[in-house]
Design a protein around this ligand. Structure first.
Ligand SMILES: Nc1nc2c(ncn2[C@@H]2O[C@H](COP(=O)(O)OP(=O)(O)OP(=O)(O)O)[C@@H](O)[C@H]2O)c(=O)[nH]1
Ligand SMILES: [Mg+2]
Length: 207
């Protein structure tokens, strides 16, 4: 036995691999993967940048619906993070929705390395119909998910606590495959990221 410190994924060098618009462009299906999903503008790309400690590895949008590709990132040599296009943006045209459906559907149905989905939910808005649709879709396919409440810096004190209680309860009553109660994070000030990393390491880790 050696005394070397435990290896952690946090802090490992990360790298953008590819932005895929079709399944043929997905990287090899050979390393544990977690996918970040959520409504447009919920903060997926911002959270990925913050977790991977890079300012603009995943592009952050001012225009909702900006991330259209499935973006793959290497986390060290041990795993991958995947930034999925946002859903649920009303002004998104039919064409774009079809693109989301096609490439996301290919991803969810074929990706054997997928260990779980990180489902981002804006704490101020809670669990919306489009989120419930994704939850139902994942549950049909037996894909587990970890709920993450985002932008918690926008609420303080009691409203924050109350929103989190409500969200926790709604997830509990609407799903069977949530891996844990929601983790509350802010990509603005870094709150909750340590706790989220621990769960990500558990999901990506051996076993
Ligand atoms: N205050 C605050 N703003 C945030 C946070 N995370 C993201 N934002 C802002 O929310 C907006 C959308 O962030 P993105 O990270 O682009 O969201 P996305 O989910 O990747 O959006 P799409 O790619 O369009 O699906 C940007 O203006 C971000 O600066 C956060 O934790 N706190
Ligand atoms: Mg994005």
């Amino acid at each position: 036995m050696t005394d070397s410190p435990p290896r952690t994924l946090a802090g490992l060098p990360s790298q953008f691999l590819v932005g895929a618009v079709a399944r043929q462009q997905f990287p090899p299906d050979d390393l544990p993967e977690v996918a970040f999903a959520g409504r447009s503008n919920v903060g997926k790309s911002s959270l990925l940048n913050r977790l991977l400690n890079r300012r603009n590895l995943a592009r952050v949008s001012r225009t909702p619906g900006r991330t259209r590709e499935i973006n793959f990132f290497a986390v060290g040599t041990q795993g991958r993070f995947v930034d999925l296009p946002g859903y649920g943006f009303a002004a998104v045209g039919r064409n774009q929705r079809l693109v989301w459906d096609r490439v996301a559907e290919a991803y969810f149905t074929e990706r054997r390395s997928l260990r779980g989905v990180i489902l981002l939910l804006d704490l101020r808005r809670g669990l919306l119909d489009s989120d419930l649709e994704l939850v139902a879709y994942l549950e049909e396919r037996g894909i587990g998910f970890l709920p993450v409440a985002t932008k918690i810096d926008k609420l303080n004190g009691n409203p924050r606590r109350q929103s989190l209680v409500t969200l926790t309860e709604r997830i509990r009553t609407n799903s069977r495959l949530a891996m844990a109660p929601p983790v509350a994070v802010s990509s603005l000030n870094g709150d909750g990221l340590g706790e989220l990393w621990q769960l990500l390491e558990r999901i990506l880790g051996p076993g």
